[in-house]
Design a protein around this ligand. Structure first.
Ligand code: ADP
Ligand code: MG
Length: 241
């Protein structure tokens, strides 16, 4: 695919984004010029050591933060300089987030945690459907404390996908889980990606996980140092760490 066609098809594309965190006299250059694109239905794994800028990049992709310089194009429209309300509207309508710690509301059941999102979305799936898609159709009325870590993370994935986002951003989704449990979470992500076709970015510092991706971006020191395409993708069940 040519570079220009690649750019046209992208759901999300960054151009030369930098991020400088300033506190007092101290400056941290977290991103030093990142160009990337996310295509519909692909899984990109962002791999890199702690501090290499992965979370900063993904937060900017999802409109949780803004770059210091550069553009973030959602279907060709720059979101980096949108007014706050418009940026929030972009995030609500188009982006699902999954974080390392599941951030479920402890006093609500799995179904109710997902419903929190579907109540404010334009064309959501039913909470039951979202939970079925991650293999939790039998846990609808359980509270977070009654679920394993892997199950709680799958509720978080159900919550993220229930609004049918075009973009799914996962920051260390298996970071708090052992290998066997983490695999169930990766399997859920691969399956929803296959069925719903969101452009999916998975951040990890765990190289084994890169095998499930279509494409792997290696981050180092605020830059994408290398990019690889997996000729053959591993099934999540083949991945261990
Ligand atoms: P990663 O997710 O790869 O571990 P981060 O994006 O969290 O990396 O961090 C990249 C760099 O930016 C690190 O040096 C980190 O300390 C710094 N950083 C991240 N967030 C902030 C912040 N809110 N204020 C100041 N520095 C930050
Ligand atoms: Mg991080």
């Amino acid at each position: 695919m040519s570079a220009s066609r690649d750019a046209c098809a992208a759901v999300l594309r960054t151009e030369a984004i930098t991020k400088v965190y300033r506190s007092g006299l101290i400056e941290v250059q977290a991103l030093r010029g990142v160009d990337l694109s996310l295509q519909p239905a692909e899984i990109v794994v962002l791999l890199g050591a702690s501090g290499s800028g992965k979370s900063t990049l993904v937060n900017i992709l999802g409109g949780l933060d803004r770059p210091t310089e550069g553009r973030v194009l959602f279907h060709g429209r720059d979101i980096a300089r949108l007014p706050e309300a418009a940026l929030t509207a972009f995030r609500r309508a188009h982006v699902g987030f999954v974080f390392q710690f599941y951030n479920l509301v402890p006093s609500l059941t799995a179904r109710e945690n997902v419903a929190l999102v579907t109540e404010i979305a334009a064309d959501p799936m039913r909470p039951e459907e979202a939970l079925e898609r991650v293999g939790l159709g039998h846990r609808l009325d359980h509270f977070p404390a009654e679920l394993s870590g892997g199950e709680q993370q799958r509720v978080a994935i159900a919550r993220a996908i229930a609004k049918r986002p075009e973009i799914l951003l996962c920051d260390e989704p298996t970071g708090a889980l052992d290998s066997a449990t983490g695999v169930t979470v990766l399997a859920a992500l691969v399956e929803v990606n296959r069925d719903l076709g969101a452009a999916t970015a998975i951040i990890t510092h765990n190289a084994a996980i890169a095998r499930i991706a279509h494409r792997v971006l290696y981050m180092a020191d605020g830059r994408i140092a290398r990019e690889e395409r997996n000729a053959v993708r591993a099934e999540p069940s083949e991945v261990t760490w």
